[in-house]
Ligand binder design. Structure first.
Ligand code: UDX
Length: 440
């Protein structure tokens, strides 16, 4: 099948590469000429395990091409995916400028039937706007060309995106007629093996499903963070509580890890956008509001613990910081809790020596000029002459440090762990003070 993907960012690239990998002819289009030039030479602008190899293999096999030429892109695919960004505007609503610009350019160049597929996370009602935009441009051109608009949200986790695309839990297809549903079923057939994963529904419900899934997951996390804070007051251990409730199959073990707050490009933005959508409808979404507030507060928890420990005398202290990415297996620092910790510590006059296996370049881009932040090439380098260790991201390589060595190296012999990585007994055995989230 011939497929075009607009937007060669995270979602667009993964979508394009995976669709090419099962044998389709895919053209990825982006207006960023630098990015496209890099991709044409086999360079991948983001870190995602397995993506570089998949892109290169499919390029070599002539199934995947990159272009900045909108006309070529629209001519190529019967399926036109929209996978451009929807950044929050000033009030937190999703900014549809890029989505509608793609719709316009599809309408300007199309000469026969096209299926336009919204892959980007967009507010309920966007498919209608895309349809209206295409209709408007076609009318101006004086053309009557048939097209359909589909909502097909993505559920890709950074760090596991290829697997999520290739073996999805579900494929949500929002359509308004059976013919388009059949086309999409055929397109997704290679990913719908072993058991039925396609769920077809109306367009608005599909659009809402995406927000509902992310808001539900964010709610689970904020709920656990609230309980973790409460556990601290009560002298209970949230890690034991977590296992106690996770064993209930209605609750489950996943996504109930307390910590220093959720980050990334999706949860913070989507919770906010859904809350704004509700407000536009005249509905005050109490719970969504609380989920967001609890998370913002939680991102400050680690710093609060540190400030309490040092009785607000942080001037001149040196902190080793392990983990910059918003979660392991990515180099993404968007809305990362590490940023709140770094900015608060530096703001209070302390110095930070940070290490991350993948996000150092991104940190350099964000904080390049900050004289209080040193980016280190290894976890050990970060510890040199440090007073305390702060852990913000639960990378695998931090799971089993030599606590005796840490105890010798940290001047104040204290660890602040925002991800509850260790068994407190083991840490304290080495003479270290250990402060985690929701643990006595
Ligand atoms: C998320 C959704 O999982 C995905 O389905 C959607 O399409 C995009 O948004 P992603 O942003 O890659 O994916 O991150 P995810 O793995 O879901 O983690 C989000 C954040 O929640 C991270 O900061 C993580 O540290 C935090 N988290 C996750 C917790 O604090 N506790 C948990 O139990 C789980």
């Amino acid at each position: 099948m011939k497929i075009t993907v607009f937007g060669s960012g995270y979602v667009g690239l993964v979508t394009g590469a995976c669709l090419a990998d099962v044998g389709n002819q895919v053209v990825c289009m982006d207006i960023d000429a630098e990015k496209i030039a890099k991709l044409q030479q086999g360079g991948i602008p983001i870190f995602e395990p397995g993506l570089d190899a998949m892109v290169r293999e499919n390029q070599a096999a002539d199934r995947l091409r990159f272009t900045t030429d909108a006309q070529e892109a629209v001519e190529h695919g019967v399926f036109q995916f929209i996978a451009v960004g929807t950044p929050p505007d000033e009030d937190g609503s999703a900014d549809l400028r890029y989505v509608l610009a793609v719709a316009e350019s599809i309408a300007e160049h199309m000469t026969d039937y096209r299926v336009v597929i919204d892959k980007s996370t967009v507010p309920v009602g966007t498919a209608d706007k895309v349809r209206a935009k295409i209709g408007e441009v076609l009318a101006k051109r004086g053309e009557e060309i048939e097209f359909d608009v589909v909502s097909n949200p993505e559920f890709l986790k950074e760090g596991a995106a290829l697997n999520d695309f290739m073996r999805p839990d579900r494929i949500i297809i929002g359509v308004d007629n059976p013919r388009t549903a059949e086309l999409l079923r055929a397109l997704y057939a290679p990913f719908n093996r072993s058991h039925e994963r396609i769920i077809t529904m109306d367009v608005r419900s599909a659009e809402l499903t995406k927000y509902a899934a992310n808001a539900m997951l964010a709610t689970k996390i904020s709920f656990m963070n609230e309980l973790a804070n409460l556990a601290e007051y009560l002298g209970a251990d949230i890690e034991q509580v977590r296992q106690g409730i996770g064993s209930d199959s209605r609750i489950g073990y996943s996504f109930i890890y307390p910590g220093c707050g959720y980050g990334g490009s999706c949860f913070p933005k989507d919770v906010k956008a859904l809350e704004r959508t509700a407000r536009e409808q005249g509905y005050h979404a109490e719970l969504l509001n609380a989920v967001e507030n609890v998370n913002n507060r939680q991102k400050n928890r680690l710093f609060e613990k540190i400030a309490d420990y040092y009785q607000n005398k942080l001037e001149g202290k040196v902190f080793a910081l392990w983990g910059l990415a918003f979660k392991p297996d990515t180099d993404d620092m968007r809305e990362a809790p590490s940023r709140v910790v770094i900015e608060s510590l530096c703001g209070a006059g302390a110095a930070v020596q940070a290490y991350d296996p993948e996000a150092l370049a991104e940190a350099r881009r964000i904080y390049g000029g900050n004289p209080r932040l040193k980016l280190c090439a290894s976890p050990h380098e970060a510890l040199e002459n440090a007073d305390a260790l702060v852990i913000v991201t639960e990378w695998k390589e931090f799971r089993s440090p030599d606590f005796d060595a840490l105890s010798r190296s940290l001047r104040d012999k204290v660890i602040f762990d925002g991800r509850n990585m260790y068994e407190p007994r083991f840490v304290r055995r080495s003479g270290l003070d250990y402060h985690a989230i929701g643990r006595p």
